[in-house]
Design a protein around this ligand. Structure first.
Ligand code: 5GP
Ligand code: MN
Length: 337
């Protein structure tokens, strides 16, 4: 973000404002961590701040400091729309295109507020007045730390802010193992621990608070795993009936896709999850090395994301989605060398 933009944003924030923070639809740890971390920072500066999530998010994120103040657009449309209409400033966090805000897209498009986007996805669209976009960054939470640093306010980071930002960096980097995890990421993490983030406690609250149903669902997912060594690919599918059988709750399938990548030789892992209510198959793509799943998701499954982690969807049945997927694989020479 250029110095001039920082000066202008500093001026914007020099007196009390009504601020709305919006994470992407289907908020993950990075989206909620960055939104709540920034919320605490801006509230401490004296602003009136509301986080409005397009829809609900998993239970394992609901302990984050400030969670109880989050408004879910799908559940509280009128209240959310009033807040957006009164907002002077809107922060768009962890997404690169307004369509990632789901049903909020229309009201956000109509809003007269000044928009600031902070995001690490590739190919950002230019809907915001100020765009801080860096696809090299591990996470939006790491960028929020740098944003606070650019505002020369690192000393204002409280334990609440540190906890939120740590949680998002940890989840988006797969606990500091994905390739976007840099030495700088670790320096930021060290700072956050110094500022009061209790690393083992955050890890425990996010990864070790599941119930038995979720482990049984993982068992079913792993039984459904199919490996295609000739394409260095592994994929999992879960039908609505299988989800129902294990009393599926939002967030239960988080991380399942990564099991495919733990197989030797596999560089492309995918999970297909049937959602009968929305009549779509939600898909997650993960890769190792140069195989670009952002392009794959964009080209075939109306999605996108990062080089090594992306999402998408299919309107076909689960069975036909798998047929389509299997028919595309031979087109990718990178998977066959
Ligand atoms: P996940 O597979 O965990 O849902 O998402 C992986 C990454 O891809 C995340 O950074 C997420 O924001 C992005 N992503 C997931 N679904 C979509 C989608 O439908 N469209 C786009 N553009 N990005 C997505
Ligand atoms: Mn992210």
């Amino acid at each position: 973000m250029i110095e001039q933009a920082i000066l202008e944003i500093t001026a914007e924030l020099s007196h009390a404002k009504n601020i709305v923070i919006v994470p992407h639809k289907g908020p993950d740890g990075d989206a909620m961590g960055s939104s709540l971390g920034l919320m605490h920072f801006l509230k401490d500066k004296g602003h009136s701040v509301d986080v409005i999530a397009p829809n609900d998010y998993p239970k394992f994120l609901k302990w984050l400091p400030g969670n109880d103040d989050v408004i879910i657009y799908e559940k509280d449309k009128t209240k959310a729309e009033n807040m957006i209409n009164q907002a002077d400033l809107v922060f768009a966090l962890d997404f690169n295109h307004l369509n990632r805000s789901g049903d909020m897209q229309e009201i956000l498009t109509a809003s007269q507020a000044v928009f600031i986007m902070i995001d690490h996805h590739r190919e950002p669209s230019d809907f915001a007045n100020y765009t801080y976009s860096d696809a090299q960054m591990s996470s939006t939470c790491e960028m929020v730390y740098h944003f606070i640093d650019k505002l020369r306010a690192v000393e204002k980071i409280t334990p609440e802010i540190a906890t939120c930002l740590y949680a998002g960096i940890m989840t988006d980097t797969g606990s500091f193992r994905f390739s976007a995890t840099s030495a700088e990421t670790h320096r930021v993490i060290a700072q956050l621990i110094d500022k009061g983030a209790v690393n083992h406690d955050i890890h425990n609250k996010i990864f070790d608070t599941f119930n038995e149903n979720r482990l049984q669902l993982l068992g079913t997912a792993l039984q459904n795993l199919r490996v295609k060594p000739e394409f260095k690919t592994a994929f999992i599918s879960l039908s609505q009936e299988e989800l129902d059988r294990h009393n599926f709750q939002k967030g239960d399938t988080e991380g399942f896709v990564n099991y495919g990548l733990s197989l030797e030789g596999v560089i492309f892992a995918v999970i297909f999850i049937e959602n009968k209510q929305e009549e779509i198959i939600k898909i997650s793509f993960r890769s190792k090395g140069d195989f670009n799943v952002n392009e794959f998701a964009r080209a075939h499954f109306e999605g996108g994301g990062h080089n090594n982690a992306a999402g998408g969807k299919s309107d076909l049945s689960l069975e036909n989605t798998l047929v389509k997927f299997n028919s595309i694989l031979p087109d990718y020479k990178e998977l066959q060398q």
